[in-house]
Design a protein around this ligand. Structure first.
Ligand code: XMP
Length: 245
């Protein structure tokens, strides 16, 4: 069984892409799943992984996303659920058990909740079955500084969170593309095979090339692709930014 990090890298190599496609469909609920499936059918062979969020999970649940998940599963393109998991262990475990049973490959979680009776067992269980846990280290919205830059014992919270990615043996970190400096620092702090995924490009103003050059493995792209009149062409622009060795 390949671990999640290897599966992500092998999918990126196979599809020659370092794009994590965020399927953040908005608009009338009744059109969202069919739109998402249409996008996936066109783009699934050109992305490293797919990220699903509240836009689809809340209105449809995982049952309602079965076909979408199957498209990714059949192509071996990992699916990440962006739940920013942040609860007690029993609830977190229930969430990931359901996600994994339904064909999701990884979850984004908030390291603030802690290891003991928080995320420790979630990470252990996930890794044991080739699934992944990515931890929020520095978010990309303007208010991120209000939380992630807070100091604890004179150390910034984001640095503490990056250390947690390493010491908890999580599969990677989410670090804002708007902060190549922090991406570089986090890259230095993580194990070589731990992943950095970076959101905040395009619509949010981050520069994908700078983020990848700073050490991110994959760039999370949502609206710049899915809202484009030519999603394939928009995706290609991000895809061309970085070779996959
Ligand atoms: P856009 O449309 O801005 O979508 O390309 C970005 C996607 O990523 C999510 N997002 C984040 N997720 N940490 C995360 O885990 C972040 O800092 C962050 N910033 C944006 C956003 O919800 C959307 O799905």
């Amino acid at each position: 069984m390949l671990d999640f990090r290897k599966r992500m890298r092998s999918s990126a190599r196979r599809n020659q892409s370092r794009v994590a496609l965020a399927l953040d469909l908005v608009g009338p609920h009744e059109n969202r799943v069919s739109k998402a499936i249409g996008l996936l059918n066109d783009l699934v062979d050109k992305v490293a992984c797919v990220k699903i969020n509240q836009h689809l999970i809340l209105p449809f649940g995982l049952q309602g996303l079965r076909e979408l998940l199957q498209i990714c599963n059949r192509k071996d393109v990992p699916v990440i659920a962006d739940l920013k998991l942040n609860d007690v262990e029993s609830t977190n475990l229930e969430a990931v058990d359901t996600l994994y049973k339904m064909g999701v490959d990884a979850v984004i979680a908030n390291p603030f909740v802690g290891f003991d009776e928080g995320l420790g067992k979630v990470i252990e269980r996930s890794r044991g079955i080739g699934k992944g846990v990515l931890l929020l280290v520095y978010m990309s919205h303007r208010g991120a500084k209000e939380g992630y830059d807070m100091k604890v014992d004179r150390k910034s919270l984001w640095r503490i969170f990056a250390q947690r990615v390493r010491s908890w043996n999580a599969d990677g970190a989410i670090v804002s593309a708007k902060s190549p400096y922090r991406i570089r620092e986090v890259r230095r702090m993580l194990l070589e095979d731990q992943l950095i995924l970076t959101p905040g490009v395009g619509y949010q103003g981050g520069d994908a090339k700078k983020a990848l050059d700073a050490g991110a493995d994959m760039v999370i792209v949502g609206r710049s692709v899915i809202d484009s009149p030519k999603p394939g062409r928009a995706l290609e622009e991000f895809r061309l930014l970085a070779q996959v060795p």
